[in-house]
Write a protein that binds this ligand. Structure first.
Ligand code: ZN
Length: 276
């Protein structure tokens, strides 16, 4: 579609044991009875879309700076998933620095409610975008169950955080099926990582781009064969979703852009560069 563009906004990295992202990445064996695990770097990003009719659309909003709203990060996440992020790269500063004030965002599509994709929603109450936040319904339901039934988030080991899910002043619009939300902007619902992750497909003039997001967050996970992660809601659905992604990739001759893949990310261009 003419005039449909996007930029990858890299806002930092998450460091964690590779075993969270890929099942049995470094197995001990008969000849290697003891193996060590080493913290590894995983890029974190969100996508800024420029649409010829709608204006600016955000696909995910990234993390929120720890403690800035008075809610400390849980000890689990501080210990096992330390972040490497500088303040000016969070969405509220990264976009204005590149000429896009938050007030210029027309709407937001959240792939799912995990903190590293949805946490930045805390910057948006009072903006136009806050009136138009699309999210997979099944994922939002899981987020509510995970966060509202427990006693706060101080020690949670869930990637759904109460302070994110309960952000006031956000109007959610729930996605219950695959949809072409705007001309050239498709969202496909994929179960596995959570009950539903909204994968994005953009039909740009130079070609089509498919963002599997955490439905399959790296080339290694994608395969073939698709390999599971340790953070998993439904492993059978995950395999079906990988097959569905492959079918969409072929149908649209799409290039894949992964959410947490350092090797792939090194080959991407980032904001201020737009793919068109
Ligand atoms: Zn996730």
């Amino acid at each position: 579609m003419k005039g449909l563009e996007f930029a990858i906004v890299r806002y930092g990295s998450i460091w964690n044991d590779p075993a969270w992202n890929l099942a049995v990445p470094n197995p001990a064996s008969a000849s290697r009875t003891k193996v060590e695990s080493t913290l590894a770097e995983y890029p974190a990003s969100f996508i800024l879309i420029k649409h010829p009719q709608i204006g600016y659309i955000l696909y995910d909003v990234g993390d929120y700076p720890s403690g800035e709203d008075g809610v400390p990060r849980s000890t689990f996440w501080k210990e096992y998933f330390p972040v490497q992020m500088v303040r000016e790269d969070y969405v509220d500063q990264a976009l204005p620095r590149n000429g896009v004030p938050l007030s210029d965002i027309a709407c937001i599509i959240l792939s799912h409610m995990h903190y590293d994709h949805a946490g930045g929603i805390k910057f948006f109450p009072g903006t136009r975008a806050a009136e138009n936040v699309y999210v997979p319904k099944a994922d939002f339901e899981a987020a509510c169950l995970a966060t509202l039934a427990e006693d706060g988030e101080r020690d949670t080991d869930s990637p759904y955080w109460r302070s994110v899910v309960t952000t006031k002043g956000i109007t959610y619009r729930f996605l219950e099926q695959d949809v072409e939300l705007f001309p050239g902007v498709h969202v496909f619902l994929l179960a596995g990582h959570t009950p539903a992750v909204g994968a994005l497909l953009l039909e740009c003039e130079s070609g089509n781009y498919l963002f599997p997001n955490d439905a399959c967050s790296s080339r290694q996970n994608y395969g073939p064969p698709a390999k599971p992660t340790a953070i998993m809601h439904d492993s059978l659905a995950y395999q079906k979703s990988a097959a569905k992604l492959r079918q969409i990739e072929q149908q649209y001759h799409a290039r894949l852009i992964f959410s947490h893949d350092l090797d792939e990310d090194r080959s991407y261009q980032h904001l201020p560069v737009f793919y068109r």
